[in-house]
Design a protein around this ligand. Structure first.
Ligand SMILES: NC(=O)c1ccc[n+]([C@@H]2O[C@H](COP(=O)([O-])OP(=O)(O)OC[C@H]3O[C@@H](n4cnc5c(N)ncnc54)[C@H](OP(=O)(O)O)[C@@H]3O)[C@@H](O)[C@H]2O)c1
Length: 290
């Protein structure tokens, strides 16, 4: 957390705010007049998260945007481009301490969370031997645990009409050798999102899993920083973040469970349902070598 944010979180702690998710916090939030409307976007310093922040700004869904990622400078740059007041919340979402600080911040401010986008995430190319243990653990921590923690932190502050977009990937539809852990984390996100969506139906909160194929963001640069970084050749048909985010927001507004955002992703979704995994994996193995 940044010094500024840590100060806020520290104030909240010293005020004896109840931990989020406790009966007291959730009940007092629902019973008392709601605070300002906020939209929370993780991974907002770059790529899809940054574009979500921009488009949510244009849609005026909140009085304040909370932009979450590790790079405070980049977050501040994004914040400066927005019309909606934006708060740079510098946090490493693989860190339990930073997640706890975000919970404390929410408890101190008692906002109404109108929108949550979980876009923070990364992947690595390479087979199991070429990706380090640390990178694998971090991928699981960020893509799965961080996403679940942020969702559970925000939910007590969401009301009927609230919206959640979980950034998964078309990699969720099929197992992918040479991206095995990444694809598995995205399958986790898709399954988690679908079941949560079912649970939240009565509460009027719409949850959508965004499952794009390749997108032109910082993803590729990070994915290639492993021993097997060139195991995946070309990112064919990469879309712009603008197009993917526009489609994701439309799909969420239409209350779709899954936003594919491209015909290729829709095709993969169908293939994942009807074609045996050994065949899809053979097809992927040929494609990735091109
Ligand atoms: N690009 C694609 O081809 C593609 C396709 C399908 C799905 N996706 C998914 O889309 C999501 C967004 O990725 P992107 O394509 O926009 O890539 P990106 O440009 O690299 O953005 C990744 C974001 O995650 C943040 N992040 C990374 N590690 C973090 C950590 N430990 N704690 C907090 N934030 C962290 C980064 O910010 P900091 O470095 O400042 O922390 C950055 O804002 C990911 O979940 C990715 O799996 C991407």
């Amino acid at each position: 957390m940044s010094q500024w944010d840590a100060k806020d979180a520290g104030t909240a702690r010293s005020q004896g705010v109840a931990p989020i998710g406790s009966e007291e916090t959730a009940a007092s939030h629902r019973g008392i007049a709601p605070g300002k409307r906020i939209a929370v976007v993780t991974g907002a310093s770059s790529g899809l998260g940054c574009e979500f922040a921009r488009q949510l700004d244009g849609l005026q869904v909140a009085d304040e945007l909370w932009l979450v990622a590790r790079n405070q400078e980049a977050l501040a740059e994004v914040a400066a481009q927005l019309d909606t007041p934006a708060r740079a919340v510098a946090a490493d979402l693989t860190s339990e301490v930073d997640i706890a600080s975000i919970r404390t911040l929410l408890a101190a401010e008692q906002p109404r969370v109108t929108f949550l986008v979980n876009a923070a995430g990364f992947g690595k190319f390479g087979d199991w031997q070429t990706i380090s243990d640390a990178a694998v653990d971090s991928m699981i921590d960020l893509n799965c645990r961080g996403l679940v923690d942020m969702t559970r932190a925000a939910l007590p502050y969401m009301e009927r009409g609230g919206r959640i977009i979980q950034v998964a990937s078309a990699a969720a539809f099929v197992p992918l050798p040479h991206m095995n852990v990444y694809a598995a984390t995205k399958a986790f996100v898709l399954r988690y999102t679908r079941a949560l969506r079912w649970e939240l139906h009565e509460a009027g909160i719409t949850v959508t899993a965004l499952c794009p194929t390749w997108v032109k963001t910082g993803f590729e640069k990070v994915a290639r920083t492993s021993g097997g970084g060139n195991d995946v050749g070309h990112l064919f048909g990469a879309q712009t973040p603008q197009q993917v985010v526009r489609r994701a927001l439309c799909a969420n507004k239409a209350r779709f469970a899954v936003a594919c955002a491209s015909p290729q992703s829709a095709a993969l979704r169908l293939i994942g349902k009807v074609v045996p995994s050994c065949i899809t994996m053979a097809g992927w193995d040929a494609l990735r070598r091109l």
